[in-house]
Every structure is written in C-alpha cells, then in structure tokens.
Design a protein around this ligand. Structure first.
Ligand code: C5P
Length: 223
C-alpha cells in the first residue's frame, strides 16, 4: 500500500494514546487504537461467558467483533461502541487492560485481528497506536516511533488520570499492575513488545505532552 503510516508502539501509560490522537488530528490522518481491539475482544468474551484461555472461542469472538470508533477531541478517549453499546469507559478499566493482555498472548487471536487493523490504512494516512504496529502489522511503515517512559512515571500519570476521574486508587498497586502487564507484553512469544529495528525511540519521562508531540513530529519529518 502506498498510503503512509506512522506507527507508535510502546508500553501502556507512555503517553501513546494522547500523542497518537494529537498527531492524527494535526496531520488530518486516520487513527488506529489497536489496544482497543484487544480490550474489546476481552470484554466481548467476558460478556459471552467465554474463558480467557479458550482459544477456539476467543478466535470466534475476535473475528466477529461488531465495533465502531467515533472521533472525539484529543485528550478525550475515542468513543467506542461494541454491538452498538457505548463501552468507552468500560474498556479503559485496569481489569479490562489486564484481560486484554491475557487474550493478546494467543497468536491465533492476534491473527484474527490482523486484517481488521490493516483495513485502517486508508488515504491520506494512518497513525497506528499499539505494541506491534511497527514490527508485525505495518512492517513497511515509513515512520516508526517507540515511545517509552519509566514505570514510575507511567504509574504517576495513570494515578493522576484516575484521581481526576474521581477513582480512588493506590499508586503502589498501580505500579505493580503496570510491571505485571509490561512483563507479560514483553516476554510473550507472539509479537512481543519491542522496538522495530528501524524505530526511533523517544523517552517521554519528564516531558510534557506538547514536548512529546514535538519530538514525534520531528521524528515523522513534519516538524
Ligand atoms: O494499549 P492498551 O493498554 O489499550 O492495550 C491493552 C493490551 O492489549 C496490552 O497490554 C497488550 O497486551 C495488548 N495489545 C497488543 N498489541 C497491540 C495493542 C495492544 O498485544 N497492538
């Protein structure tokens, strides 16, 4: 495909979600939040009483996901519909993220979601957010970014987000959850979280979201 793609991979809480939304808006390109597809697979499975290690049933759930994404202003999460039902808040919980990372270790589930992700590559361009956008889904992407931040900083950001949303959380528990999920994402055999060989690594620790956006635009050659 001649349609350009900017891939933005990295661990959760690195600022990827906000930055990819801002990049897409700035460039006037489409946006793929691939993590949402794994979260939706986990949520749909739970709703249908499918166990998170039942491979055959999970493949069916992933292949038959009825999802729609509706754009929102940057900073606000993209509106996500599952079977017409607004699940925007429900898929963002820590437990849904944790369940997503459990179904995401299964290669056949990843395969079932592959074409759906590639279908987002439509003119004038795509900004794709995930773990394996640059390594597996869009290996020919002309621009690949790997966004990281220390686990402590990611826990702090998540803590502030949840606190602003009125959710009572413990920062040590958050840090522990982040480490468990990082571990699972980096050490799985199916599409482990790692920078593509040709990715530009940006560490967002200590940077504001605007600074991260500037570095990403520079990496994309659009500064
Ligand atoms: O990015 P987000 O936190 O929404 O992703 C949820 C989980 O989905 C991740 O922890 C990861 O296990 C999985 N995922 C993945 N590949 C992607 C995007 C997300 O395995 N491209």
């Amino acid at each position: 495909s001649g349609v350009p793609v900017i891939t933005v991979d990295g661990p959760g809480g690195s600022g990827k979600g906000t930055v990819t939304q801002m990049l897409a808006k700035k460039l006037g390109w489409h946006l793929l939040d691939s993590g949402a597809l794994y979260r939706l697979t986990a949520l749909a499975a739970t709703r249908q009483g499918v166990a998170l290690d039942d491979e055959a049933e999970l493949i069916r759930v992933a292949a038959s996901l009825d999802v729609a994404f509706e754009p929102t202003p940057p900073g606000e999460p993209v509106k996500v519909l599952l079977g017409g039902d607004d699940v925007t808040g429900e898929i963002r919980t820590e437990s849904c993220g944790d369940n997503a990372s459990k179904v995401a270790v299964i290669q056949s589930v990843r395969d079932a979601l592959l074409q759906r992700q590639r279908d987002f590559r439509v003119a004038p361009g795509l900004v794709a957010d995930g773990r394996d956008m640059g390594t597996v889904v869009f290996p020919d992407a002309p621009v690949k970014i790997f966004l990281t931040a220390s686990a402590e900083e990611r826990a702090q950001r998540r803590y502030s987000q949840l606190k602003d949303a009125g959710v009572d959380v413990n920062i040590d528990a958050l840090l522990k959850e982040i480490r468990v999920r990082d571990e699972r994402d980096m050490n799985r055999s199916a599409a482990p979280l790692k920078p593509a060989d040709d990715a530009q690594v940006i560490d967002s620790t200590g940077l504001s979201i605007e600074e991260v956006l500037d570095r990403c635009m520079a990496a994309a050659g659009q500064a």
